[in-house]
Ligand binder design. Structure first.
Ligand code: BGO
Length: 379
């Protein structure tokens, strides 16, 4: 049994932690072809022949970043047997955007809701069964950090990879958009595999340049697709990409309403409470001014003065004294030199009174200098 499972998820969703936990030390690190994006593969522990491929962390399957292009090219061209989609349960709404796109690829998807330790600590509840039926795929709860639910996640991914059933997304756009997608699908059905038909149709509707370039459609089909998109944009009063994005978020927000129950609905977190005060339209500027004054005050008095004095006198002046260490030696030596310093100052004062330039005095011998001083005094 040789199966390939792609691990996909948002940056910071815990993908690396999960990858390391599932593969242990069975890892191979390289680069994705032609780009400097790191590629990691590893054998899943306990499943000989099951390879986990760590895709770059991405927020969507758009063609805007190198990571997104690498991930979607892999999913479309290599066709892994399953996708293990790691989702940050503490930020479910944002993370599910990618999930809505992954489920359109015709590849079996298993969603692993990570950070369940954080979700449980907050007292929030996720209805896994409802979420699973809304997304149309298996959903498991895990904590990659604590190591909980990992066996269930890897088993679910292996089962999905071995299932020979066709995988189809549960999500449907509104009737109008579905009609436009179906019309585009009819035009390209001979150009792409049945599995990826819906994904390609959605991408063409969004005017995805990479897909347009790859499919190399004839002029008639391209013109018809452009007409479909223009009609959609006129009817729905928005550009086609925003129409799809808006529809996805509407679907996600319905899922969140149905499946996610917050423990402290309406209660503000500490961070929210602070935000409410410091971003208040009347208080924000005075608070900013007070903070800036405090920063200025501290930097020119107290801490600032201590630091400057220590740097000037300690580091660059009298010698290196850290927290007084070595200071007593310095003070003893300074005491010994003090009479010489005072004598020198008195001597220089006398020279000045006699109109003798200090620079000239350095060129005179002591006798000559004393003679010159006396002579001046008695003339
Ligand atoms: C730091 N639970 C909790 N609580 N945290 C988790 C879990 C989980 O189940 N899974 C992952 N994390 P990555 P990507 C960190 O690194 O795997 C944490 O980008 C820190 N680091 O430990 O790197 C994980 O690969 C200092 O946290 O994610 C990591 O997807 C303070 O989520 C972070 C706090 O995991 C991202 C956290 C110096």
């Amino acid at each position: 049994m040789n199966i390939k499972i792609a691990l996909a998820g948002n940056p910071n969703s815990g993908k690396t932690t999960l990858f390391n936990a599932l593969t242990g030390s069975n890892q191979f690190v390289g680069n994705w072809p032609g780009v400097t994006v790191e590629k990691k593969e590893g054998k899943i522990k306990g499943y000989e022949g099951a390879m986990l491929i760590d895709l770059p962390g991405i927020y969507s399957l758009s063609p805007y970043t190198m990571e997104e292009v690498v991930a979607r090219d892999y999913l479309l061209d290599e066709r892994p047997d399953a996708i293990l989609n790691i989702v940050d349960g503490a930020n479910l709404e944002r993370n599910l955007y990618l999930t809505t796109q992954l489920t359109e690829l015709g590849i079996p998807v298993v969603v692993a809701i990570n950070m369940m330790d954080v979700v449980n600590k907050r007292g929030d509840k996720i209805n896994i069964n409802k979420l699973s039926s809304s997304l149309g795929c298996k959903v498991v709860e895990i904590s990659a950090l604590k190591g909980t639910g990992l066996k269930e996640a890897s088993k679910a991914a292996i089962d999905a990879a071995n299932s020979n059933e066709n995988f189809a997304a549960a999500h449907r756009f509104c009737n109008n958009v579905e009609q436009y997608i179906n019309d585009i699908s009819a035009l390209i059905k001979n150009k792409v595999s049945n599995d990826t038909l819906r994904w390609h149709a959605v991408k063409l509707f969004e005017r995805d340049e990479n897909v347009i370039e790859k499919l190399k459609l004839d002029k008639t089909s391209s013109d018809i697709i452009q007409k479909i998109i223009k009609t959609a944009e006129e009817v729905m009063n928005d550009d086609s990409e925003s129409i799809i994005t808006g529809e996805r978020y509407e679907y996600i927000s319905k899922i969140i309403n149905d499946c996610y129950k917050k423990a402290n609905v309406g209660e503000l977190t500490t961070s929210d409470k602070i935000d409410k005060i410091v971003t208040n339209r009347f208080l924000a500027l005075p608070i900013f001014a007070v903070v800036m004054f405090i920063v200025y005050f501290i930097s020119v008095t107290t801490v600032g003065t201590w630091a400057t004095d220590w740097a000037n006198d300690g580091v660059f002046g009298d010698g290196w004294h850290l927290l007084g260490i070595g200071a007593s030696d310095y003070e003893k030596a300074a005491e010994e030199y003090e009479p010489y310093g005072l004598s020198l100052a008195a001597f220089e004062e006398a020279m000045e009174a006699q109109g003798i330039n200090k620079n000239e005095a350095e060129n005179l011998t002591a006798t000559a200098y004393v003679y010159a001083t006396l002579k001046k005094n008695f003339q």
